[in-house]
Design a protein around this ligand. Structure first.
Ligand code: SF4
Length: 280
């Protein structure tokens, strides 16, 4: 049995919230560098240099990379042989998120009621997705998800006869409609299969595919590459100023679905990629 203290979870989540908001990952900085090298258009290069410089200034001063410090989305993966000592796991997550936004001086962006729209004042509640596993596995993946990109996401219950070409067209049309709104270069998470609620979650998980330890499937990689090429030929470009880098990555996750259904969801993330896996 693996024992984890309640306070350790709180502290790890608090520190991770501050880190993902203020410290760009080396992967993100490398994406900026590759995109700068790849662009021909001087304006697009300049925009990308500004994005990279902004991220480095954020790290040096421990200030947020973007003013929209996001909704905290938490993927909790917990084994049956894990015991949390000293408290309840969901309360630890809430407290870690609360402290992260408070102590990191991060913007509180959550309203308690979508109609009356009073800010909760502490960025609570986070959105928690729990996965119960066998054994003593225990990890938490945390995202700070901005609204500008989230708002451009889409879900469609397609007809099975729409097939792969229909899916690709839906992705291209969604990104084209989004234009500069999701703060490109974007990451496009695509969920295919499951059902109505399941496919939305698949698309969200696709955004963190790089840290999910999913074996490479060459047939899916080929579809991702094809869609990415199509999206990068739309000339949206960094922050909508045109150019070859509208999209950093396209990531697809698939699950089985009903014979009469073809659910497809597209979840978009902006150029500020903010996620981290905490392994206990
Ligand atoms: S979409 Fe991303 S870059 Fe744009 S405002 Fe929101 S968090 Fe910031």
């Amino acid at each position: 049995m693996k024992k984890i203290s309640y306070n350790k979870i709180i502290n790890s989540i608090r520190d991770s919230i501050i880190e993902i908001n203020c410290v760009p990952s080396s992967e993100l900085l490398n994406k900026y560098v590759s995109a700068i090298e790849n662009e021909d258009n001087e304006l697009s290069k300049k925009v990308l240099r500004n994005l990279k410089e902004n991220a480095i200034i954020a790290q040096e001063n421990m200030i947020p990379i973007c003013q929209d410090t996001g909704t905290a989305v938490v993927f909790l993966n917990i084994g049956t042989e894990v015991v949390i000592e000293g408290g309840y796991i969901n309360e630890a997550i809430f407290e870690g998120v609360r402290l992260g936004y408070q102590e990191g001086y991060l913007r509180k962006s959550i309203v308690g009621n979508p109609i009356s729209r009073i800010n909760t004042g502490d960025n609570l509640p986070p959105i928690i997705h729990t996965n119960i596993l066998k054994g003593d596995i225990f990890n938490i993946i945390i995202l700070a998800k901005g609204a500008g990109s989230e708002n451009m996401s889409a879900l469609k219950m397609m007809s099975p006869s729409d097939g792969l070409e229909g899916i690709k067209n839906f992705v291209v049309q969604t990104v084209k409609n989004a234009g500069a709104n999701p703060c490109p270069p974007i990451t496009v998470g695509v969920g295919i299969g499951s059902n109505f609620e399941g496919v939305a979650l698949l698309a969200k998980r696709a955004l963190i595919k790089d840290i999910l330890d999913i074996p490479v499937d060459n047939s899916i990689t080929a579809i991702e590459t094809d869609i990415k090429n199509k999206l990068n030929s739309l000339n949206i470009g960094p922050q909508g100023f045109g150019g070859k880098t509208s999209v950093f990555d396209v990531a697809i996750l698939m699950e089985p679905c009903h014979i009469a259904s073809l659910p497809v969801a597209i979840n978009i993330n902006c150029h500020v990629i903010r996620h981290k896996k905490i392994i206990f």
